[in-house]
Design a protein around this ligand. Sequence first.
Ligand SMILES: Nc1nc2c(c(=O)[nH]1)N[C@H]1C(S)=C(S)[C@@H](COP(=O)(O)O)O[C@H]1N2
Ligand SMILES: [Mo]
Length: 425
Amino acid sequence: MSKRKPASVPPQQGRRGFIRNSLLGGLAALTAGRFGTAEAAGKALVVPAWSHQLGPGVVTNPYGKPSIFEKHVVRRFLPWIRPTREASISFAPLQDLHGIITPNGLFYERHHAGVPPIDPAEHLLVIHGLVKQPMKFTLQDLLRYPSVSRIHFIECAGNGAMEQHGALNNGLQFTHGMLSSAEWTGVPLKRLLNEVGIRSGAKWLLAEGADAAALARSFPIDKALDDALIAYAQNGEMLRPEQGYPLRLVLPGWEGVANVKWLRRLELGTRPWDMREETSTYTQLLPTGKARQFTFIQEAKSVITSPCPERPMPGKGVFMVEGLAWSGEGKVKRVDVSFDGGRNWQQARLKGPALDKSLTRFEIEWTWNGKQALLQSRVIDETGYVQPTYEQLRKVRGTNSMYHNNAIHTWMVHPGGEVENVQLG
Ligand SMILES: Nc1nc2c(c(=O)[nH]1)N[C@H]1C(S)=C(S)[C@@H](COP(=O)(O)O)O[C@H]1N2
Ligand SMILES: [Mo]
């Protein structure tokens, strides 16, 4: 691929451009079938077999399942990335999802030692260290506290790591699927820290999970007193075992590994604990020879989810290009889309509310002329941060750092409609 200039801060698009875009949305002829005559319409209304008989009654599935025609919508994994499934990753099928919530059964999974089968009646969360009164909390205890519900994404710092040295996986599920979103319900950690009383000098917390990896992660007390949650519910039901049942730490906008699942212990101390071997791979070697160890925030990122390799173009004409944008630093302010590999940009519509540290869906009409095209999206968050190109990202991080790849992604649309993962400069 030819090198191109790094994208500068995008020019403001005028109100006029916006109005033109929305009008186009109203007027464009989409590709649904048209009947030639009223008679033809009547003939098409044949009564199918399933309209002739009773269907299964209530509670045929006490816990409901998706339609059997949606069987292909599943988490997938790549056997070659990790030697065992217990310490592996599954990817969410972003190409088949709608809106900004990931159904619980499709939430990506990242385990270091498998899913512990925890009985909540025997599980404790212990808060100790530099506190006035160490305490233990059962799930039942926590259910008595005032709770909040908030929608946040969780993204593994390794999302896109495989793409750092060139386009590798020809599918959205594998290039971006270590990303999911849920409405988390739980108790603000701040509330529990008030309960135990923070002793002076306490600046860091260690969160530890009850899995066989005893995955542990240090994080600064400011985050604990800001928006950290001790979550017990996910999209209206108790956490799924894969997501940390019965308790999980949610640090909104921060890298996946900091969101400790199966949370059993929080210790307060004066400085960060050494990172364990299992998680130290998240360290990034920079061009200066220094390494970034504690990188917390998932910086703003976006990707086009339709079309994508799994969702090729159905043909020439008007097509609704859709995608997801998110920022670990706050709200998504704006998303631009390019159809020519970053030379020209058009502002996309943000669909629904742009929530704090949450997925935001965008869409833009595109009239495809059937020729090769290079599709990209670029997000700007409320701090003014602009999603970088690969060239810009490599200038700052070098080529040795695998993690925190938030570069602008490119899909090449071929004349036949196939969509390919490619990488530009
Ligand atoms: N106890 C524990 N917590 C954990 C992990 C783990 O293996 N054990 N994996 C971490 C990593 S690396 C990520 S990316 C997220 C994944 O969360 P999910 O499986 O709910 O998607 O959980 C984090 N919390
Ligand atoms: Mo992760």
